[in-house]
Design a protein around this ligand. Structure first.
Ligand code: AMP
Ligand code: MN
Ligand code: MN
Ligand code: MN
Length: 290
């Protein structure tokens, strides 16, 4: 089956997804995706596995990526890197620092949960993670298994989300720093899920783009499970206004977000393969610039 569809945003067991990189590629082939990007949070440790497995799935173009959480004007903003060199020393240093801060956050989170009466020993929490990235979804999974919660969302709402009693923040870099490190590693920088909570935020997006496009932002996610047609249209218009490319993907996390499917999101998502050449062209331009 050929859908002429791609997915440029997915998570594996190397961060907070539940499929391995190879299982992701296998699933991508099954549904006929032409390209898949692996974009684990704060790590490229899954990329060697991903690229090795990709040899067995030649129908799917495997794009190495990463997703970096940043802080921008008081809000969390996620920058995805695509087509990057996962062995670039500057990138690895940058990610190592984020991982250290994440580990410290996790220790404090475990303590806070303990104080609230929830045992969440880090070793037990990390059980299903393949790599060093332990995130709140792993805590949610552990608490769901051992305490009386209906689903992971409820654990987030009652304990883990921002302003909930067990929440612990971590220091985040500025988006400009993430963009620079991605570009120096030969990648292109994408603003992930630019609109939140189903609201239309054209003016906020415009303000952020005025800051990030001069800093080197290459693209913006116009296709995302939570976006309706009007939101996708707004993003497409803003991309045209600022002269940046379109990207998009399902943000698939496997069983951690069971209502989201690879490639199709809630069922309606379709990221057209036609956006890929422009992203590749921008990457090619940059390689010539360097
Ligand atoms: P962390 O990077 O460890 O702080 O965890 C953030 C991750 O938790 C995100 O990448 C999502 O996968 C997940 N997440 C964040 N907020 C929620 C929420 N309200 N419900 C379910 N999952 C969430
Ligand atoms: Mn996640
Ligand atoms: Mn994100
Ligand atoms: Mn993501």
């Amino acid at each position: 089956m050929k859908l002429n569809t791609i997915d440029l945003h997915s998570h594996s067991t190397y961060s907070d997804g539940t499929l391995t990189p190879e299982e992701l590629l296998c699933a991508a082939r099954k549904i006929g995706l032409q390209a898949l990007a692996l974009t684990d949070h704060d790590t490229v440790a899954g990329i060697p596995d991903f690229l090795q497995a990709a040899v067995r799935y030649p129908e799917v173009a495997a794009i190495p990526g990463v997703e970096i959480s940043t802080l921008c004007s008081g809000r969390e903003l996620h920058i995805i890197g695509l087509f990057l060199d996962h062995e670039n020393p500057g990138l690895l240093d940058f990610l190592n620092d984020l991982q250290l801060k994440r580990r410290r956050r996790n220790e404090r989170l475990a303590e806070k949960l303990a104080a609230l009466g929830y045992a969440a020993d880090l070793e037990a929490v990390s059980k299903q993670a393949k790599g060093k990235i332990i995130g709140r979804p792993h805590f949610a999974e552990h608490l769901l298994k051992n305490y009386d919660f209906a689903n992971a969302r409820e654990v987030f709402d009652k304990l883990l989300k921002r302003d909930a009693p067990a929440y612990v923040g971590r220091p985040l870099p500025f988006p400009e720093a993430a963009i620079e490190v991605i570009r120096r590693a030969g990648g292109i920088a994408v603003w992930a899920h630019p609109i939140y909570r189903r609201s239309k935020e054209r003016s906020w997006c415009r303000r952020i783009l005025r800051r990030l496009v001069p800093a080197g932002l290459d693209a913006i996610e116009a296709y995302y499970p939570q976006f309706d047609e009007s939101q996708t249209r707004i993003i497409r218009e803003l991309a045209a206004e600022f002269g940046i490319a379109l990207a998009g993907g399902s943000d698939y996390h496997g069983a951690h977000q069971p209502d989201i499917s690879l490639g199709t999101g809630y069922g309606e998502l379709r990221v057209p393969a036609e956006i890929l050449p422009e992203l590749q062209r921008r990457r090619g331009d940059k390689i010539r610039e360097n």
